[in-house]
Design a protein around this ligand. Structure first.
Ligand SMILES: Cc1ncc(COP(=O)(O)O)c(C=O)c1O
Length: 452
């Protein structure tokens, strides 16, 4: 338990660290002021906004990024988890340069797209793949196919998960507790204004790691539910692992009720293992959605699955996009998957990940800070709660002040994490043991400051 004086200490620390952040980042502030004249929140996606203003980066090399003021950081944000290859990786750069020199867009299928699709098939044990340009497009198209294949329109979604910004999945992403409804049968709460009210009829919500609730909703409404979309490890509320046996039982229930089981592996895919969570847990879904890290830092997404489902596309289900399989992105993606994220690379990432997670856990425990550390290869997190999260409503119990003080403390000392307790760190193949040890050192100082 964090004591009251420590809680006050965290509040004081946030104020002091925000002042120091502002003193170090005058260039980011002026970029923010200028950008706000031409872009909402002064950023290119609302998730990039931050208090008092976000960092504006100028460049990235290897494990490090540099902001517009010239401050250098060990990067664990890594472009919301995309840059497992690290910045400006020579192999990815070479692939992009070659593609740039020979034509950046044809809207026809190139060899790199074919080879990349084959590699994705191999990694995820799926029959066919369709490229998209983002995670949003991947989940949108997979859901459409599932609805078409089953003839059932309702989508089942996990409370507290984020699957992109198309209407069907923009429900119960971070609902407030007074709007969220009963624990075992949550209400469908819109995440944005501007979504037609009628859309809510086609999306139902269940809690993660809760088999009785899933059984109940499928028994009551399974004849209307065409798909269940889930992150096998929830990664938009920190890291929430599936309880032992959960995914296996979800698999059985989906099969029993004729529901297409869709894994959203936009974050876990090709990161926590070569074949993502599908490989890691050994439970095969019907469809897999990918994006982020598969492109080595270029915009690309993909989804795939069993041949009978993917054949819905040849039977008239629309899965379209001018830039699908763009040669710059597929060249970068192919180099990423075949030359950079090799079996050795995953071993290395695992080693670094464990070094970071174990080191963090040790210094947190030494000072009695209530926090849980997760270790999933290149992904991991520190969650300021005294026990692991099991579902969305646990996320509400995270100590916000401890997190905020931690984030500003780290960034002011050259460690850049995603600025939100809902995120996690991403380590790249270009991180070194020295990077990890420096990070643990900075965290140790934070812990000592919290409990002097
Ligand atoms: C699990 C998950 N699914 C889907 C998406 C949407 O991906 P994109 O931002 O590429 O549209 C995200 C983005 O953060 C995500 O974390």
């Amino acid at each position: 338990m964090i004591t009251e004086p420590a809680g006050r200490r965290a509040q004081e620390l946030v104020l002091a660290e925000v002042a120091s952040y502002e003193a170090r980042t005058a260039g980011s502030r002026s970029m923010y002021e200028r950008a706000s004249q031409s872009m909402p929140f002064g950023v290119t996606s609302s998730f990039q906004a931050g208090d008092p203003y976000p960092l504006y980066l100028a460049e990235g090399r290897g494990s490090r990024v540099t902001d517009v003021d010239g401050n250098s950081y060990i990067d664990y944000h890594n472009g919301f988890g995309c840059m497992v290859v690290g910045h400006a990786h020579p192999k990815v750069r070479e692939a992009i340069e070659k593609a740039a020199a020979t034509g950046t867009h044809f809207a026809t299928t190139t060899e790199s797209a074919v080879l990349m699709a084959e590699e994705i098939k191999r990694r995820f044990g799926i029959d066919k793949v369709r490229f998209t340009n983002s995670g949003t497009e991947s989940t949108m198209d997979a859901i459409r196919i599932a609805r078409a294949a089953t003839g059932k329109e309702v989508l089942l979604k996990i409370e507290g998960s984020y699957h992109g910004h198309h209407d069907a999945v923009m429900y119960s992403v971070v609902p407030s507790m007074d709007s969220a409804g009963p624990t075992e049968r949550p209400w469908t709460v819109p995440f944005s204004r501007g979504i037609p009210a009628d859309t809510a009829r086609s999306t139902m919500i269940v809690p993660f790691n809760d088999i009785p609730s899933l059984e109940k909703i499928l028994a009551d409404s399974g004849d209307r539910i065409g798909a269940l979309i889930l992150e096998p490890v929830m990664m938009n509320i920190g890291i929430v692992m599936p309880l032992p046996g959960y995914l296996e039982r979800v698999r059985e229930l989906c099969t029993k009720h004729g529901v297409v089981m869709i894994y959203d592996e936009v974050k876990t895919g090709v990161t926590i293992a070569a074949g993502g969570a599908t490989e890691y847990f050994g439970v095969q879904p019907d469809m897999v959605c990918l994006a982020k890290a598969i492109g080595g830092g270029t915009p690309i997404g993909a989804f795939g699955g069993r041949v009978d489902l993917m054949d819905e596309i040849t039977n008239g289900v629309a899965a379209l996009g001018t830039f699908n399989g763009n040669p710059l992105s597929t060249a970068a993606g192919l180099a990423t998957l075949t030359e950079v994220l090799t079996a050795d690379a995953y071993e290395y990432l695992k080693k670094l990940g464990s070094r970071l997670a174990t080191g963090c856990a040790k210094v947190l425990d030494q000072q009695g800070i209530p926090a849980v550390t997760s270790d999933l290869g290149c992904k991991g997190s520190v969650t300021f709660r005294d026990r692991p999260l099991e579902r969305y409503r646990d996320f509400k119990e995270i100590d916000d002040e401890l997190f905020e003080a931690y984030w500003y403390w780290l960034v002011n000392r050259g460690v850049y994490q995603t600025p939100g307790k809902e995120e996690q760190w991403t380590i790249s193949v270009q991180h070194s043991e020295e990077d990890i040890d420096r990070t643990i050192e900075v965290l140790a100082d934070y812990c000592a400051t919290m409990h002097p």
